[in-house]
Design a protein around this ligand. Structure first.
Ligand code: AMP
Length: 467
């Protein structure tokens, strides 16, 4: 999972805008950050580093990146290790100039593509699938970038939302299923355009959300106009449903749906499907908040804050080692005894993945005097890995892949456990906008069905994954 951004404007200090646009998308990746710009005479400057946007950049660095075009990236690794060599944007050398590339998603035919490129003599500098995309663009480049992209895109299988920057254009490319989001906005006073993974990045720039980049399409942004072309309109849409459940920021809009409203509705439906007799409803902050609000409203049970989050600690899940994860929960969440003691508590979280966090939380609540703990999850059981860019573990580590809900409840030490049905997830999404249903999603993590295929070699355990 990553956050991407592209800006084209006039006298706009694009690197500063990119900085703030990435800052707003920090939740999409905290391992590395990078910004590249095109300066006055067409030269490209870039800076990238490990860590948060605010750690990688300062005023001086931003000042050293002048220009009206910028592309930016925050990274959360799925393919390729968390190392500086894999930080983006990636520079691609073309015969007539440089191209900068930022990618959100994950390809599933990495092994074949690497093979094809290696036999053509490519020497790798990175270990991420983004470099493969760059190499393919270079290999098939015919002097017309739009045409090249339309030829290269069908070779890529899996999930990809790309932002690309040339000397005078920003381009956006989305896979035929539209698995990862990408939206288009207009800068204030019609002074230019912006592409971003999420609309919350547009808000911070005062930009207006124009629309999503359509699945299977290419958009070309110039100073004063946007052109679009569909290169593959044959595939059903399959936006990642987990964006709505967990990943996207609640203030973002995806396909016209406000993420907060979707989550709140999920909480309401969760109460209908799995009611609880309790004294208080508490969220696991921050991701469980909207659903807990919905659950509390629907049930009439008071909403309280029973866990206080240290907001300066990153997502514990992201820590690669299990040992760190164990410490992480305690670091991040401290129970409020005053609120919890003697209470029958409903606790809301958006997902249970390994079950590590949830088991610890139940223990924390009980240690703080909670009389009963009713765990509610505003998503179906996570039973299958994600191959399209969300860092979920292998099946053997997914608690719901290997245990029934009753067993999970016992392992967590909860009194009751309830998961939201996939039908209710769909209903919540439909209800939050125009009421139209029938949208298609990628929900492989819940049903094991993968619209863009699974990695070749997956069955043989050969999937390219470097840690
Ligand atoms: P676990 O201990 O593995 O069950 O972690 C579950 C917690 O991780 C929940 O609070 C989720 O909000 C969060 N979570 C779920 N998926 C992800 C992900 N891909 N990256 C980071 N956090 C996640």
């Amino acid at each position: 999972m990553c956050g991407i951004l592209g800006i084209i404007g006039q006298n706009c200090e694009a690197s500063k805008l990119a900085y703030f646009g990435l800052y707003a998308q920090q939740h999409r990746g905290q391992e590395s950050a990078g910004i590249a710009v095109v300066a006055e005479k067409g030269e490209i400057h870039y800076h990238k580093g490990m860590g948060l946007v605010s750690q990688v950049f300062n005023e001086n660095i931003i000042r050293g990146l002048p220009g009206n075009l910028a592309v930016g990236h925050v990274r959360y690794s799925t393919t390729g290790a968390s190392q500086i060599k894999n930080a983006q944007p990636v520079l691609v050398e073309l015969p007539d100039g440089a191209l900068l590339l930022a990618h959100n998603g994950n390809l599933v035919n990495t092994l074949e593509l690497r093979g094809e490129l290696e036999s053509a003599g490519v020497a790798w500098r990175m270990s991420s699938d983004t470099e493969i995309i760059g190499c393919l663009i270079a290999k098939y480049y015919n002097g017309d970038l739009a045409d090249t992209l339309v030829r290269v895109a069908p070779k890529l299988q899996g999930a990809f939302s790309l932002v690309l920057m040339t000397r005078d254009k920003i381009l956006g490319l989305r896979d035929p299923h539209g698995i990862r989001p990408l939206c288009l906005g207009q800068l204030p006073d019609k002074s230019g355009f912006v592409l971003a993974s999420e609309s919350c990045a547009l808000d911070i720039l005062g930009a207006k959300l124009l629309r999503e980049v359509d699945k299977g399409s290419l958009v070309i942004l110039e100073k004063d106009r946007v052109r679009s072309l569909v290169y593959d309109g044959t595939k059903p849409g399959a936006l990642c449903v987990f964006e709505y459940i967990y990943f996207a920021r609640p203030d973002s809009y995806i396909e016209g749906h406000n993420v907060y409203k979707v989550r709140e509705k999920m909480g309401k439906l969760l109460f209908q499907e799995h009611p609880a007799d309790a004294d208080i409803v508490i969220p696991v902050p921050d991701s469980g908040i909207p659903a807990a609000v919905g659950f509390a409203r629907a049930s009439g049970i008071p909403y309280e804050e029973g866990l206080i989050k240290n907001r300066y600690v990153g997502r514990t899940f992201i820590n690669p080692s299990q040992v760190m994860r164990e410490i992480g929960v305690r670091l991040k969440l401290n129970p409020l005894r005053e609120v919890l003691a003697g209470k029958r508590v409903v606790i809301l979280d958006d997902s249970i993945v390994r079950g590590t966090t949830s088991a610890k939380l139940v223990r924390l609540l009980r240690d703080s005097g909670a009389r009963e703990v009713h765990f509610r999850v505003s998503a179906p059981p996570s039973i299958s890995p994600c191959y399209y860019g969300i860092d979920t573990p292998v099946k053997s580590q997914l608690i719901a892949a290997n245990n029934s809900a009753a067993e999970i409840c016992r392992k967590l030490g909860a009194d009751t456990l309830g998961y939201l049905s996939i039908e209710a997830v769909h209903e919540a999404i439909a209800a939050s906008a125009d009421g139209s249903n029938g949208k298609c999603f990628c929900q492989g993590c819940f049903d094991g069905v993968y619209p863009a295929g699974i990695p070749s070699g997956e069955e043989l355990g050969l999937v390219y994954k470097e840690r």
